[in-house]
Write a protein that binds this ligand. Sequence first.
Ligand code: NDP
Length: 493
Amino acid sequence: MGDFPVFRNYIDGSFVEGSSTFESINPSTGETWAIMPAAGAADTARAVEAANRAFLSREWAGLTPTARGKLLYRLADLLAENAQDLAEIETIDTGKIIRETKGQVGYTADYVRYFAGLADKIEGSHLPIDKEELEVYLRREPIGVVAAIVPWNSQLFLAAVKFGPALAAGCTIVLKASEDAPGPLLKFAELVDEAGFPPGVFNVITGFGEECGQVLTSHPDVARIAFTGGPGTARQIVQNSAENLAYTTLELGGKSPVIVFDDVNLDSMINGVVAGIFGAAGQSCVAGSRLLVQRRVKDELIGRLKAKAEDILIGDPSDPATEYGPLATKAQIDKVERVVESSIAAGAILITGGARPEGYQGKQYYLPTILDCSNVKDADSVTEELFGPVLSVLTFDTEDEAIAMANSTNFGLAGGVFTNNLARAHRMIRAVRSGIIWVNTYRVVSPIAPFGGFGESGLGREGGMESVLDYTRAKTVWINTSDAPIPDPFKMR
Ligand code: NDP
């Protein structure tokens, strides 16, 4: 198979072949760059069984929470030390620009440190039952084996918000990387090995969704599923989990509105809109893909956004100077192309972009694109999640109109409001249906702040203490402190 690097799955503390292999493509060249292992049904089941043995083992279950935290701190240090290597692999495998992948590995390490610190802060509680002799309390115990499934974008980060709380809580895990770009997570498995987790506690595999993902999410030993991906796959996973009744959280897509009122200073907010849609070439679940702008500032804002979009430096994602790279997969770029064409055919006006850049034939680049959809509010680019660099602009006159437009989607992941009117900002915070709302900023995250959506954008939250508790289950303990005999149940008055 040529001289490509060959990756392996990490199961039960060993690096192993898959049941078959597949080629991974570098989207900036359109060529194969590595050979990946596909975990078949038997490999996947073996990983789950290893995680289940580890969950029950003294080696893991006997560790104190502080000791679990130390293992996670060690892993965070290794992540930070290996940021350059991991970022380079992510850039080759996904096309995401190196300055973003490097920054992201850095803050992924911070996320892991945050969860490491929470391992020994998982507290139970004392329950003030109305019986003097009874002492009743609630213990928080790890839920069991976790099946974690992530997509190809921001995968180290999306993995960390699952394995961080899961391991902090004392669970064990099988982490499945997307077949579209499994390189970074399979490389990361070397750090898991080096960190010294007992065998089987942390398994990293890749394989095809229909086989590997299906077995993983329906296996009887799996107690908890943590998924990030599209709503279609989420529905499939919920059906799979009918087999094991695993507690499931879902982080799904979005069609997030960015609402700009005419009282703002455009100079101070323009970068927020640009970062929201053209950062990571739009391949971000929180992409601010619908711009709702108040009529008075519409033309000026569109003019400035056009100039900004046309000024973004497109190039080789491995070059630190590059600001904008290719889309990760051929399916992505085909979808973007199809939807932009159908939206223009329906009446959307192309402001800029709308094509592959010159000089990038055979590669997966697509220009930053702005469509004025003011006259076609139901254009495909307004309604469908594209996961690509396409901004659809809509115009409103009143606050009520802006709210109605913002909420005219089944998604509800994020929203942005730009205004200098404090009272209006608070009204918008209350009215927009989304799990996250940013005011006068966009696309900022923190491990301390829960992340997740409403409606088709998902179930559950990642980040914050709440997400660690979500990997535990409550056990209610009843203790009789009286020396008196237990009353005869048939002679009670
Ligand atoms: P998919 O839903 O296609 O895939 C996500 C993961 O699910 C992949 O690992 C995939 O494996 C796996 N999978 C596919 N079929 C099954 C199955 N039947 N059972 C179990 N697992 C399966 O998403 P994309 O890769 O296309 O990623 C983009 C989506 O992710 C977008 O909708 C985006 O909005 C969302 N996303 C959400 C985020 C959030 O936090 N809310 C963050 C980032 C992205 P394989 O690759 O082998 O098919």
